[in-house]
Ligand binder design. Structure first.
Ligand code: GLY
Length: 443
C-alpha cells in the first residue's frame, strides 16, 4: 500500500479508471450536469444517468462494460443534500462519482470481486476495517462477500439503505455497500449506517434489475446489470488520512482562497464555527460547475436551484464579513482543481464568463439583501413592540411575494434576532396565492 501522503484526488480517480480499463471496461467521459433529454431529472445525480436507456434496453452501445468519473449535483429532487452541507464531513452539492457499469454482462460475482480487489489491493485499505451491507433478502450477495469478509461483517438492511433508484421512476435494484471503519478516534458507531462518521460508506454496488414506473410497478429489465457509485471525495479523504472531505486537495485551494478574501483563518477538522468556509467552498464548486455546463441563474427550475446555492453561499459569506462580490474569486481555483479532468484547454473564455455571472449574481443579491434586511428588521422591531415572538405567515409572505426576499433569508435574519417565523402560516398563504392565480388563469 502507498503511504497516505502519496495519494491525491487525481491519483484516486486515475487508479479507479485504469483498474477498470484493465478489466475490459470502456473509459467514458463524464456527461454534463444538465441531463440530456431527461425531464425526470433536475441535475445529473449519479454515474449511471448517461446510461439509463442502455440499462432499460432502449439503446445499445459498442461496449458492455464501462467506467467513468461523473460530475454530479444533489440539490433538489430525489437525492437532495443541500441542507446538510457544511455541517457534516461528507455531504456535498457537487461531487464526483466513480463508477463501473455492466450492461447485461457481468453481475454480482464479478462486481463484488472487482470492488474487493480495487479497494484492498490497489487502494490498499486494510480488509480488517471493511464491512459490507446487502439488501434484506440478498443471500447471493451476502455469500459472495463472505468469500472475503467474516460473516459477522456482512450486514443486511432494508429498502432505505440497500435499494437504489435513480428517481421516482426509472432503473433500480437492490444494492450492496462497502464501508470503512476509520477507528475509534472518529466519533460515531462502530458499525455501518449508525450515528456519526466513524464507519463511512465508500462504494455502492447496485444490482440493476427493475424499471419502476409512475405507479410504482416494477418490471424486470431485459438483462440484470451493474451500476456502481463510489464518492471520490471520501476515498481521497480516507487515503490521505483525513477524516473529512474538506481537508483534501479537492477543497483546500478553495478554503485558502476564502481565507485570503475574508482575512479569517480556517482551523481544519469540523469546528462548527467554520461551517461558512465549508458551505462557501462546496457551493462555489457546484455553482461554477453548473454554470460551466450552461445553467444560468433564474427564478424557476435548474436556474433557481443554482440561484439558491449561490445565495446560500453569499449568506454564509456575510458571516465571515464578506459583503461585496468577492466569492467570484473562487471560480479560478475551482477551474484549476478540475483542469485536465473536466476542463480541457483553452477554457479561459468559459472561466471569465462564469466569473462574470457569479459576480453579477452576488451584486444583485447584495441589493436584495440590504433592502430585505431593512424591511425584515423593521418588521422584527414592530413584532417585538407588540411582544410577539414570531413573524406571522402574512408578513413573511408579503416580503416574499411583494419584495422577492427569499424565505431562507427571512428565516435567517429573524433567527439572528431571536425571532421565529411562522412557516406553516407562510405555506398557507403561498397555497392560497397559488389557488388564486389558478382561478385567475381560468378567465
Ligand atoms: N448509482 C449508484 C449510486 O449513486 O450510489
Amino acid at each position: 500500500m502507498t503511504t497516505p501522503s502519496d495519494w491525491t484526488s487525481r491519483k484516486v480517480r486515475e487508479t479507479f479508471l485504469s483498474y477498470f480499463e484493465e478489466k475490459g471496461h470502456r473509459r467514458v467521459a463524464s456527461s454534463s450536469l444538465v441531463p440530456a433529454e431527461d425531464p425526470t431529472l433536475l441535475f445529473t445525480n449519479a454515474g449511471m444517468n448517461q446510461f439509463k436507456d442502455v440499462f432499460l434496453g432502449r439503446e445499445t452501445r459498442p461496449y458492455v462494460r464501462a467506467a467513468s468519473a461523473q460530475k454530479c449535483v444533489r440539490a433538489g429532487g430525489k437525492h437532495n443534500d443541500l441542507d446538510n452541507v457544511g455541517y457534516t464531513a461528507r455531504h456535498h452539492t457537487f461531487f464526483e462519482m466513480l463508477g463501473n457499469f455492466s450492461f447485461g454482462d457481468y453481475f454480482k460475482e464479478e462486481a463484488i470481486a472487482f470492488a474487493w480487489e480495487l479497494v484492498t489491493d490497489r487502494y490498499g485499505f486494510d480488509p480488517k476495517r471493511l464491512w459490507a451491507t446487502v439488501y434484506t433478502d440478498d443471500d447471493e450477495a451476502a455469500k459472495l462477500w463472505e468469500r472475503y469478509l467474516p460473516a459477522a461483517r456482512v450486514l443486511r438492511f432494508g429498502e432505505k439503505d440497500n435499494f437504489w433508484s435513480m428517481g421516482d421512476t426509472g432503473p433500480c435494484g437492490p444494492c450492496s455497500e462497502l464501508h470503512v471503519d476509520q477507528g475509534p478516534h472518529v466519533p460515531g458507531d462502530a458499525t455501518p449506517n449508525g450515528r456519526g462518521d466513524r464507519v463511512m460508506e465508500i462504494w455502492n454496488l447496485v444490482f440493476m434489475q427493475y424499471e419502476r414506473d409512475a405507479e410504482g410497478k416494477m418490471t424486470p429489465l431485459p438483462k440484470p446489470s451493474v451500476d456502481t457509485g463510489a464518492g471520490l471525495e471520501r476515498i481521497t479523504a480516507l487515503l490521505t488520512g483525513k477524516n473529512n472531505n474538506f481537508d483534501t486537495d479537492l477543497f483546500t485551494p478553495l478554503i485558502h482562497k476564502i481565507e485570503a478574501i475574508s482575512g479569517k483563518t480556517y482551523r481544519g477538522g469540523m469546528a462548527e464555527e467554520d461551517a461558512p468556509f465549508r458551505v462557501i467552498a462546496d457551493h462555489l464548486r457546484a455553482a461554477t460547475m453548473l454554470m460551466a455546463d450552461g445553467v444560468m441563474p433564474a427564478n424557476t427550475g435548474r436556474g433557481y436551484v443554482l440561484r439558491r446555492i449561490l445565495r446560500r453561499a453569499a449568506r454564509y459569506g456575510r458571516r465571515l464579513g464578506i459583503e461585496g462580490p468577492e466569492l467570484c474569486g473562487l471560480v479560478e481555483p475551482v477551474f484549476s482543481v478540475f483542469e485536465g479532468v473536466y476542463f480541457g484547454d483553452p477554457h479561459r473564455t468559459l472561466k471569465n464568463e462564469v466569473w462574470e455571472l457569479v459576480r453579477s449574481e452576488e451584486r444583485s443579491f447584495a441589493k436584495t439583501m440590504s433592502a430585505g434586511a431593512d424591511r425584515v428588521g423593521e418588521a422584527i422591531t414592530e413584532a417585538r413592540r407588540k411582544e410577539e415572538t414570531s413573524l406571522t405567515g402574512k408578513t413573511v409572505f408579503r416580503f416574499y411575494d411583494t419584495y422577492g426576499i427569499p424565505l431562507e433569508l427571512i428565516e435567517e435574519l429573524a433567527q439572528d434576532e431571536g425571532m421565529a417565523v411562522d412557516r406553516a402560516g407562510f405555506e398557507k398563504e403561498l397555497e392560497e396565492a397559488r389557488e388564486r392565480s389558478k382561478g385567475a388563469s381560468k378567465f
